[in-house]
Structure formats: C-alpha cells, structure tokens
Design a protein around this ligand. Sequence first.
Ligand SMILES: [Zn+2]
Length: 237
Amino acid sequence: MPTERLYWKDDHAVNATAIIIAVRDNAVALDRTCFYAGGGGQSPDTGWLHHHGNRIPVTSVEASADGHIWHLLDVPAGSPGDTVTVEIDADCRNALARYHSALHVVNTIALRDYNAWITGAQIGTDYSRIDFKWEGFAPAIAAEMEQKVNAVLATRATLRSFWLEEAVFARRPHLLRTLDVRLPVHQGHSRVVTIDGFDEQACGGTHVAHLGEVGRFSVTRTENKGRSNKRLYVKLD
Ligand SMILES: [Zn+2]
C-alpha cells in the first residue's frame, strides 16, 4: 500500500500518528504522513519522529516509485508495526507554504498579463527563485509585477483544493501552469488548488489558508538565462 499523504487533505496538519511499514538503513516508510515529499520546486519537509519516547530528527523525506514515503532519520530507529508520531518543522513548512502560495499568484499574473510561462522554481524559506519563458521582459516589469501581486495578496482570498478525474482534468488545459506537460495524476485523479475569485491550477503542494498569511512580495533581482528565459528572485516580508 502506498503511504497516505495527509497533506493532500489537510495542508495545515503538523503532526500525525502512523505505523512503520518498512525499514531500511536510517529510513522508515510509514502508512500515513503529513510530511511533504517534495516536488513542484518545494523542498521536502523536515521535522521529528517520536518513537518509544525518543524524538529523532527527520532530515529529509523522499517518495519511492511504489508510493512509499521514506523518512530519513538522524539515527536508525523502529521496526515494522511500531506506532510512531511524526511532527513537521512547522516554522519551516509555513515559510515554504507562504512562498509556494505567492508563486500561484505570480504565475497567474505572468501568464495572464505577459504570456510568460513558468519553467522552474526553487522555493526556499528566505527567498525563492522563479524561472520563466518570458518574451520581451524589461526591468520595469518587475515593479509592475510587485504592484499587481501585492494587490492580489491584499484581498486575503481563501485557498482551497479539490480533486478532478483525469478525463475531466484533461479537458481543462488552463489548469496547467508549467511548460512541463506531464499531468500530475494520482490514482486517476489530479489535485486542483483554487484561490477564491482569482485562479485555479493543478498542484500537489502545500499552501497557506488565505493570502493574508503570505506577507509583502518583492522582486529583489532578475537575471537573463538565455534570450527569452528570465530568472526572478523574490522575497516576502
Ligand atoms: Zn501549489
């Protein structure tokens, strides 16, 4: 059985009780977890595994091809069948979720107003980097983007998620925001994340509950990465 990904039902759960289903070296696979396994430019969560009274650091998390989510531990611990509690580093997750949610606003405005497509992102806790295929980018556009993104953030709109059947999803190409054409499908369904009154797009990541949590957005630097490829460094305060 694949690991149940609790963050797809509840982006905001920071701990969960689970059972170890497999062990290898310094890692355990669990039947369920609230740890995000990484993807879409967002790093995996870190945190702790509580086992027999010990609080063991989880240094990273990775999904294997069979759908198990492996929690990489500081020291070996646990056996199959053991009950554990997992706890994510909530400050770190919250920072990543703020940047990740801002990214939805940025990619929507970039596509809507400038026909620019995201080609990659690296979401961090202190700043993030976003790559675009962006014809005709000029430095003045960075200031325009700041204004437009902050105006949307100021609406404090609510974020929600739902699942669509693959066939229905395939008929709604506007849900895709990257030039990577692989459809994000899980057990015949794709997850869609909406910002009330603003946008909906396919996404398997973790988000804030409403845009008021994001903070103030700024573009700190831009770089040319080829003729039509631009890299934006962004910061939230
Ligand atoms: Zn997302």
